[in-house]
Ligand binder design. Structure first.
Ligand code: FAD
Length: 413
């Protein structure tokens, strides 16, 4: 049997793994597909975990890509609660932690990432938590009681989303951030400050340049010690300081990794029969012209579908421009593009408005955009970034004219 006709084995039954399996089976209904995941849930989308599922507005089941029964009905051999311990590219097998070995024609690594641990004394205190998976939820929800003190370490998206849910739950929330601003690597200082002010209006306190040096137990609560001598008591400490791609299986098998499993434009690793998709992989982005590792819903779905199509013999280039959204309080904030640099930000609206669009320019070209409660601007922004449009900032700023109209006029020139 030709190698590519053997089973497609997918390691990691998350959003990306789920989409690879569903795509291959829909295009090749006779192809054996085995989807192996170490969690107890069928593939699910994680964004609601720190938003509506955490606040209790949505059920855990509402996050499932497909109901559990769908996998058996589609002929996907979904093995939950099952961990892959090793892969052997030479004989095309994977070994489960139970010792069972499975052969593959093509293998997909969709192992996601793990939260970066806080490496300080006392970080293993039971009140110190990270949020990545469904099983992390219960202890966090239990501690989001009115009047409780919640400290988020890290002013990234997950820290800010949990801060919002905690504040809405009646907790006293403090965000500690080592850098001088929130979301410092992805948005401009003015946009960052605008988002921080919206949290402050909801009662959240921020301490920037804060360095946490240890956590101690104080009558069951966590006592956080900061460099400089200050300390804060917390009923709940959320650590959101980034993530690390789960590359261990690939590294042990000698596959090229570089803060992520390196894949080509088709999603193939340095081992031709092994692919990777989702948070774990670093790919050359056709849209950006450089390699990038993305941690986003859009990438986990569409990159995985592209890998599934390639495996099924109907390749289609994956060229999505990075797009990300977050919901905090009643605000929806979106980011389109992932520029390495910009030299000017043009505002449609003011930073303190309830709705604005910030357009990032580099040497006159549109390279990225942010919208606050203004999602309709994302489509024209995406097109302007793809077109590398050069638009007069005075025209971009004119809120009397819809951005879609400005984009269409510019494209017609
Ligand atoms: C709380 C939270 C909120 C988010 N909010 C947003 C948002 O608002 N917008 C947005 O765009 N993105 C958001 N994201 C990011 C988005 O959810 C991720 O990019 C996406 O889940 C990545 O999918 P994945 O399949 O690559 O990884 P995952 O979903 O992490 O799936 C990987 C799976 O592989 C399993 N696994 C790992 N190793 C093995 C092994 N050896 N054997 C078996 N199984 C294994 C893991 O346990 C996991 O189940 C959020 C993420 C989190 C955690």
């Amino acid at each position: 049997m030709a190698a590519q006709q053997g089973p497609v084995v997918i390691v990691g039954a998350g959003q990306a793994g789920g989409w690879v399996a569903l795509t291959v089976r829909s295009l090749q209904p006779d192809r054996p597909v085995i989807l192996i995941g170490d969690e107890d849930h069928p593939p699910y989308e994680r964004p609601p975990l720190s938003k509506d599922v955490l606040s209790g507005k949505a059920t855990p089941e509402s996050t499932y890509l497909k109901p559990l029964a769908h996998y058996a009905e589609s002929g996907i051999d979904l093995r939950l609660g099952s961990r892959v311990a090793a892969i052997a590219p030479d004989d095309r097998t994977v070994t489960l932690s139970t010792g069972e070995r499975l052969g593959y024609g093509q293998l997909v690594l969709a192992t996601g990432m793990s939260p970066r641990p806080l490496v300080i004394p006392g970080a293993d205190h039971p009140r110190v938590r990270t949020l990545r998976s469904m099983q992390d939820l219960a202890p966090i929800r239990q501690l989001l009681a009115p009047g409780h003190k919640v400290v988020c370490i890290g002013a990234g998206f997950i820290g800010l989303e949990i801060a919002a849910v905690a504040a809405r739950s009646g907790c006293a929330v403090t965000v500690l951030e080592a850098a001088p601003a929130a979301l410092g690597r992805v948005v401009s200082p003015e946009v960052s400050a605008a988002l921080v002010r919206r949290h402050e209006q909801n009662g959240v306190a921020f301490r920037f340049g804060a360095s946490v040096i240890s956590i101690q137990d104080k009558s069951g609560m966590a006592e956080i010690e900061l460099a400089g001598g200050d300390s804060l008591a917390a009923d709940l400490v959320i650590v959101g300081i980034g993530g690390m791609p789960n590359c261990q299986l690939a590294e042990a098998a000698g596959i090229d990794c570089d803060n992520g499993i390196s894949v080509d434009a088709e999603g193939r690793t340095s081992e031709p029969s092994i692919y990777a998709a989702g948070d774990v992989c670093r790919q050359f982005s056709l849209a950006l012209g450089r390699t990038i590792r993305l941690e986003s819903w859009q990438n986990a779905q569409n990159q995985a579908i592209a890998v599934g199509k390639h495996i099924a013999g109907v390749p289609e280039p994956y060229a999505d421009l990075p797009w990300f959204w977050t919901d905090q309080y009643d605000d929806n904030f979106q980011i389109i593009g992932a520029p390495e640099r910009w030299d000017r930000v043009v505002w449609r609206g003011m930073p303190d408005d309830d709705k604005f669009t910030a357009i990032y320019l580099d040497n006159g070209r549109v390279v990225a955009g942010n919208t606050l409660n203004n999602a309709r601007d994302i489509r024209p922004l995406r097109q302007m970034i793809i077109d590398q449009a050069v638009v007069d900032p005075a025209v971009l700023q004119d809120t009397e004219t819809a951005l879609i109209k400005i984009q269409k006029l510019q494209a017609a020139i």
